[in-house]
Design a binder for this molecule. Structure first.
Ligand code: A3D
Length: 321
């Protein structure tokens, strides 16, 4: 079987880590595209020179020419500016929409059959724009946000309970903004509900709720917390890992259920918008949305998050994108 071809559009912080992870896992041959001359060539050269040490053997190529992404099976997009301290993801809308427009036009021309994972922010709007410009079927255009947001939530829960993060299952739905919706009711440690464990730990229902609320809030603000510490940009290791998990599910047709920014056709009461929901990821991209019943509070929170996504998409349309 021929190796898969993976194009990475954007050779910045996330793009670089993506190349390294994909190479180490030998998921396929990589073409790293960036508009900055020599940057993607330098990054791929640096990474491939570790191939003897890391024992991987795939082709890595840096380019400033879109033609080189021709025939890619998978495209991951990180082109665009990241946030700086004090900025919201929405502040990036105009700049990154302009960038996404050229990216989408070129991916449409050179990799018309690819499955595409968008990471650029504001995420939900950028996925929407990419799909609109390319006209690709919606199952082939998805966004990475929920895998990372859920992993952040799981990490905080593991620290709080003093258990291995490997045993924590927690999911975050909704748009990738401050209105995202960590689902507390189904969060568990190997099947045991988190709230029960917290109530046992504190022997106090109110205290348990207070602790959970703090973890939910930290999850929602987790991107900003990293930016404040880094000062020059936003998180890049964990977003790259998250996109790689989605890529593996797609390339190996794993049918994993991962929180994915996917196009909804009535699921969860949302029609015609990209929002974070659990989706089955396999060889055909987002093959199915997994719907489940939300309680009133969760549905209200999701509706509120969808409202924020709609607002952003409307702003983008008004601005001519
Ligand atoms: P950064 O290190 O600045 O890399 C972005 C790269 O895009 C740079 O190398 C630019 O040269 C390149 N670029 C700019 N314009 C173009 C263009 N027209 N065509 C191709 N490449 C171009 O940023 P980063 O890697 O840290 O972040 C990339 C994006 O991901 C930003 O928009 C972030 O906000 C976003 N992000 C998303 C998440 C999610 O979980 C959704 C998390 C973290 C960052």
């Amino acid at each position: 079987m021929a190796r898969k071809k993976i194009a990475l559009i954007g050779g910045g912080q996330i793009g670089g880590v993506l190349v390294q992870l994909i190479a180490q896992k030998q998921l396929g041959d990589v073409v790293l595209f960036d508009i900055v001359e020599d940057l993607p060539q330098g990054k791929t050269l640096d990474i491939v020179e570790a191939s003897r040490v890391d024992l991987f053997d795939v082709n890595l190529r840096g380019t400033n020419d879109y033609k080189d992404i021709e025939g890619s099976d998978l495209v991951i997009i990180t082109a665009g500016l990241p946030r700086k301290p004090g900025m919201s993801r929405d502040d990036l809308l105009v700049t990154n929409a302009k960038i996404m427009k050229t990216v989408a036009e070129n991916v449409k021309q050179y990799a018309p059959n690819a499955i595409v994972i968008v990471i650029s922010n504001p995420l939900d709007a950028m996925v929407t724009l990419f799909q609109k410009i390319t006209g690709f079927p919606t199952n082939r255009v998805i966004g990475q946000a929920g895998v990372l947001d859920s992993s952040r939530f799981a990490t905080f829960i593991a620290w709080e309970l003093g258990v291995s993060v490997k045993d924590v299952n927690a999911m975050v739905l909704g748009g990738h903004g401050d209105t995202m919706v960590p689902i507390v009711r189904y969060a568990n440690v190997n099947g045991i509900p988190i709230m029960e464990l917290l109530e046992r730990k504190y022997n106090d229902k109110n205290k348990a709720k207070e602790v959970m609320d703090a973890m939910v809030n930290r999850t929602k603000m987790a991107g900003g917390e990293v930016i404040k510490l880094l000062k020059t940009g936003s998180a890049f290791y964990s977003p790259a890992s998250s996109a790689v998990a989605m890529s593996e599910a797609i390339l190996y047709d794993e049918k994993r259920i991962l929180p994915t920014c996917a196009f909804l056709n009535g699921e969860f009461g949302v029609k015609g918008y990209y929002v974070g929901v659990p989706a089955v990821l396999g060889a055909n991209g987002a093959e199915r949305i997994i719907e489940f019943k939300l309680d009133t509070e969760e549905q209200t929170a999701l509706d509120n998050s969808v409202k924020a996504v709609k607002g952003l998409v409307e702003d983008m349309t008004r601005l001519g994108f």
